[in-house]
Write a protein that binds this ligand. Structure first.
Ligand SMILES: Cc1cc2nc3c(=O)[nH]c(=O)nc-3n(C[C@H](O)[C@H](O)[C@H](O)COP(=O)(O)OP(=O)(O)OC[C@H]3O[C@@H](n4cnc5c(N)ncnc54)[C@H](O)[C@@H]3O)c2cc1C
Length: 386
């Protein structure tokens, strides 16, 4: 693969970079991921600006309000956003998971109702997959969806649901056949988060912020026309969502890691790194070069097939572990100053925050253990563990 921009890509890069320079509000420059719900309003406004300027849904087909561009253009946009520390679109789940799932399994009515509103940030989505006893083992889902006439009645609890506190709709995986087990008898529903019986409670995480939530469903009515795919065929639909979750995020994560490595190099210079610390910084830089190539490889596969492959798991796994090591190394470079977390902390507490947030990265979208199993079985073709 030729890593250089084509003339069209170079033109897109410079136009987008100039637009970012001109349009990004000062308050959002150098944005930290996971900055918490106080910023939701500003992020929604920013997402609308991206949409109005034609920078939301770059790879989505034009008929659904996207720009119909190749994945390489989205990759360039991620790189430019990372370079100035611009936040991405607030509709992480809508753009990356709900949209592709609706395009693959939704009816024409679903597509007409939701897709352009996801792009414009008029609709925010959340993912209701995990439950207290069903995380890595998603087939253990117990939230029930009981068919009563022309509607399902949903009862149960979801957990760790990012954006549920601002979401308009939820991608819900529920058990519609109470006698079923594991992957059978599951149905995938689009749930209106404002429907009676939906209750969202925030969960506070290690950073002190509350990015995710519990969702309780008590007798929530969902019309049958809001089923995606077949009744009882929810597992297949959920797999589409998960492939997109891991597959499309990868490039953005690597672009942001590249900026974090630059900052780490700067920090090592500022703080006078020991020889061992210098070596550790160099190793992170080397790891990044490998990850960049892996990101390009999965980008080429995506451009060829239009569907993210299981290789997306490599990027998510390596990025999340690298990010954790890198932020830990930064705290070592800060020495005793790393104990300061509030206003007096060096670099406004950037590294402390990043280290605390990085702990969740190796859990969300598949834990490291689960991703290693996926790589072993689905990329390397090794026998299944069970
Ligand atoms: C920041 C964040 C955001 C999230 N957002 C969402 C969201 O929006 N929607 C949503 O539905 N969920 C979300 N999650 C939940 C996430 O998908 C789950 O936490 C994850 O799948 C792990 O499930 P669990 O927490 O139940 O842990 P468990 O599955 O109970 O795992 C516990 C430990 O056992 C290990 N383990 C489990 N099974 C195996 C196995 N077969 N082989 C080897 N090791 C194993 C795991 O790796 C882990 O170390 C989020 C999580 C985080 C941290």
């Amino acid at each position: 693969m030729d890593f250089r921009d084509t003339p069209e890509e170079a033109a897109f890069r410079s136009t987008f970079a100039a637009w970012l320079e001109e349009s990004l509000p000062e308050s959002l420059r150098g944005h930290r991921s996971g900055a918490g719900r106080s910023e939701d309003g500003a992020l929604r406004d920013w997402s609308r600006m991206l949409y109005e300027a034609g920078y939301a849904g770059l790879t989505w087909p034009k008929e659904y309000g996207g720009q119909g561009l190749a994945p390489s253009f989205q990759a360039i946009a991620f790189e430019e956003e990372a370079r100035v520390g611009a936040p991405g679109h607030i509709g992480v789940i809508g753009l990356g998971m709900a949209g592709p799932t609706l395009m693959a399994h939704g009816t024409e009515a679903h597509k007409a109702q939701h897709l352009s509103r996801i792009l414009s940030a008029d609709e925010i989505w959340c993912q209701g997959f995990s439950e207290p006893d069903a995380g890595s083992d998603l087939a253990g889902v117990r939230t029930s969806a009981r068919l009563e006439g022309d509607r399902f009645v949903v009862d149960g609890q979801k957990v760790w649901s990012s954006f549920a506190h601002v979401a308009d709709h939820c991608l819900l995986l529920a058990r519609s056949d109470p006698a079923s087990e594991r992957h059978e008898g599951l149905t995938y529903l689009v749930v209106d988060m404002k429907a009676p019986g939906v209750e969202v409670r925030p969960l506070r995480q290690l950073t002190g912020e509350a990015e995710f939530n519990e969702i309780f469903f008590t007798g929530v009515e969902v019309p049958v026309h809001d089923v995606l795919g077949d009744v009882g065929g929810g597992w297949q639909v959920a797999m589409t969502t998960l492939l997109h979750e891991r597959g499309t995020l990868g490039f953005a994560l690597v672009a942001r890691l590249a900026i974090a490595v630059d900052k780490l190099v700067e920090l090592a210079r500022d703080r006078g790194a020991t020889p061992a610390q210098r070596e550790a910084v160099a190793l992170e830089w080397i790891e990044l070069q490998g990850l960049k190539v892996t990101a390009y490889r999965s980008l080429s596969a995506l451009a060829r097939t239009g569907v993210p492959g299981p290789e997306g798991s490599i990027l998510k796994l390596q990025w999340s572990e690298a990010n954790q090591r890198l932020t830990k190394l930064a705290l070592e470079l800060l020495g005793p100053d790393a104990q300061l977390v509030a206003g007096n902390a060096p670099y406004a507490g950037y590294w402390q925050h990043q280290q605390l947030r990085s702990r969740g990265n190796t859990i969300e979208a598949g834990t490291s253990e689960i991703l290693r199993s996926i790589v072993a079985e689905r990329v390397l073709g090794l026998p299944r563990s069970r």
